[in-house]
Design a protein around this ligand. Structure first.
Ligand SMILES: Cc1cc2nc3c(=O)[nH]c(=O)nc-3n(C[C@H](O)[C@H](O)[C@H](O)COP(=O)(O)OP(=O)(O)OC[C@H]3O[C@@H](n4cnc5c(N)ncnc54)[C@H](O)[C@@H]3O)c2cc1C
Length: 284
């Protein structure tokens, strides 16, 4: 395996975990969207983090990132769209797959609600990953629901595979290839009969065989369906261990208070637990 630990999420929890794991001399890869996409980047002033009063959220994130970099943490900027568990963990970002022996989930809170029909048709026409599933829809009509900045590129990729792509979003997309029809719509629902047959966009049915829903963040339970949750948050014990062996979680994704200090503390604990897990594995 290339890395000891993969951290999913580059907010305070993920970066704190990465720094703590590097302190134990583990190799760490942080996979996360741009740090500007962390909700903390929107905080105009943070006064409740010990020793750093009066900073903007963006300043804090920059300093956290610099600390992680100085500790030798490797980073990949991008959205994790798929996760496979098989003698370790394999995380897909775009067309690349990264592997690690332990996994720390720190994706924050995924706030976007699901569309009607999305859950029902997941795996039967609904996909979150153009790279993983695009080939299945060659020469077929598909709809890309663009909710992330890289969604137009994914739509272009599907088009290059030979899919007949329609792009649906509430905003004019940037970087969408000429020739791909764009439909501006906000109220969406997936329709089907056994498998997907259409996306309903503001009351108009767009017939299709596949719907690629590309959001900024993918809920951890969509990446790892066997993950146990409680009231919508990942269930962890005091060591930040989840119910899946080798998987730990930290930060907003485990529940309130949704604050930086709690995220950082949990990230630290999750990292120490992941290191202990790896050390125990080596002794076996
Ligand atoms: C406007 C605002 C003001 C706030 N002010 C304060 C404050 O004053 N004090 C305070 O303590 N807290 C404040 N908070 C809360 C604070 O920002 C959060 O508690 C904290 O950022 C949680 O850290 P985290 O690492 O758990 O998650 P996040 O900061 O949400 O980081 C998670 C990161 O993972 C990324 N991610 C998720 N899924 C994926 C995926 N599949 N692939 C790649 N990347 C992914 C996300 O895009 C995000 O960048 C504020 C929040 C907001 C929105």
């Amino acid at each position: 395996m290339e890395h000891d630990i993969i951290v999913l999420g580059s907010g305070p929890a993920g970066l704190a975990a990465a720094v703590a794991a590097r302190g134990r001399d583990k190799s760490v890869l942080v996979i996360g969207n741009r740090w500007e996409d962390s909700p903390l980047a929107r905080a105009e002033r943070v006064d409740n983090y010990l020793g750093m009063p009066g900073r903007t959220g963006a300043q804090m994130l920059r300093e956290f990132s610099q600390h992680a970099q100085a500790m030798g943490v490797e980073t990949v900027t991008g959205r994790a769209i798929a996760l496979m568990v098989y003698n370790g963990f394999y995380v897909t970002v775009g067309s690349q797959v990264y592997d690690g022996r332990a996994l720390i989930l720190a994706p924050g809170v995924v706030r976007q609600a699901k569309y009607p029909g999305e859950e029902e048709y997941l795996g039967r026409g609904v996909s979150y990953c153009a790279t993983c599933d695009g080939m299945l829809y060659r020469s077929k009509p598909v709809v890309v629901v663009g909710r992330s900045p890289d969604a137009p590129l994914e739509a272009n990729y599907l088009s290059s595979l030979g899919c007949q792509v329609t792009y649906v979003s509430s905003n004019q997309p940037k970087g969408l290839q000429e020739g791909i029809p764009f439909v501006k719509a906000g109220k969406l629902a997936v329709r089907g009969q056994g498998t997907v047959t259409a996306l309903e966009a503001d009351g108009v049915e767009l017939p299709c065989a596949g719907v690629f829903i590309l959001r900024q963040a993918v809920a951890p339970t969509d990446l790892l369906p066997q993950l146990e949750t409680e009231e919508g948050f990942i269930k962890v014990d005091r060591h930040m261990a989840t119910n899946v062996e080798g998987v730990f979680a930290a930060g907003d994704c485990t529940g309130g208070p949704l604050q930086v200090a709690k995220a950082v503390g949990e990230g630290h604990v999750a990292a120490l637990s992941a290191c202990e897990y790896l050390d125990q594995q080596e002794q076996q």
